[in-house]
Design a protein around this ligand. Sequence first.
Ligand code: MG
Length: 474
Amino acid sequence: MNRYLILFFLLLNSWMTVDSAHAQTKTGKPNFIVIFTDDQGYGDLGCYGHPTIRTPNLDRMAAEGQRWTNFYVAANVCTPSRAALLTGRLPVRTGMCSDTRRVLFPDSDGGLPQSENTIARILKKQGYRTAAIGKWHLGHLPAYLPTSHGFDSYYGIPYSNDMDRVNSVEAREALMNPKVEYFQVPLMRDTSVIERPADQTTIVKRYTQEALEFIARNKQKSGATQPFFLYLAHSLPHVPLFASSKFKGTSERGLYGDVIEEIDWSTGQILDALRKTGLDKNTYVIFTSDNGPWVIFDENGGSAGPLFGSKGTSYEGGVRVPAIIWGPGRVKPAVISEMGSTLDLLPTISALAGATLPTDRVYDGYSLIPVLDGTSKSPRNEMLYYHGTRLFAARKGAFKCYFYRNNPQGYPEKMEKLDTYTLFNLQHDPSERFDIAAKYPEKIREIDEMVRQHRASLVVAPSNLEKRIVSQKK
Ligand code: MG
């Protein structure tokens, strides 16, 4: 009798193991939410040291997750930076940069090519539901919109919030003292314009509502979850600034602070929704910015904190951004001073979702999984700082070598090639105040060699940012 009982329990046990393995494959893929702000500086969050902007939700997210202090975007302006995040490739490889038209405009006749693979496309093949909410800026014509690049749905503005400006108001006045009607930017759902001009005073609130509805739709009543990827690219705090009535005039930092605090509220809403539904145990949330602050707009622009430079430059302040990675039980809480990049998100997310990267192209990122789970150091030890198609600077370890210089405010855009390279130790001197080129010639040689190797295999794609719609050509 005992023998039969043992056999019964053995069979029951093996059946339960199979069943739980099955349940794991059915529901075990993690969800991903990337929250990407526009022109937010390194120093514009409480947890990155801002003295007056209050960001309790992002501060808590940072305390529960990882706050990265050497995290980079691949370009210092919107379009190429976004292309790099979604494709995991340097914009020179995808044709998503230019030395004459640095971003896409409403008269642009191009965008992210169909031949490029996005995070959304990779995840769709793994059974994910995908949504893009917010600013796109990778082409506003149908072939280039999110729904043509692996996203099931799209809700947002197709390019920057300062575009389609009316001619009746002088540019700087319109940007510094904005009204909704000054910017005839369309709000789109999938491929249709649903509002024009987009009411930017309520846009953060509406993006948030859309995000919450998307999360709720994928959390099924049975408790099983359809795995999802949400790309929430806020169109603010890019100038012109707008805040909803609940936030306007409430921050100690003026209108810019109101905007950041509204984005903090929005992030809190999303994290709370994950916590309440138990999705927090199976969701990675990444919060970062597309480039540094637009300081030519005085108080309406943000702050790079201790970093030198701003949007439109490849000094640290233009490309080093706040980056918080959160996933309770999956991401080991820490402050990470090793290097990471938005280029690394595609390989990291793909690996976490169980996808193998196609081998038909070069990717410029690394999987950051060993850092997220606290088992090893970051595999990234170098950064290439492109400005359009030109390599402005390169970093290896702590040392960053400059080949060009430009105005640290980013505008006017003139660049000058350096006869003598400059060198900075970024871990000792994050504000890049002390040129140590004369003291460390071997570091310059090492960086030169790294650049030589990179260039030897680089195929530069023709730019997709320079073609204009013929009828709008001036
Ligand atoms: Mg930007």
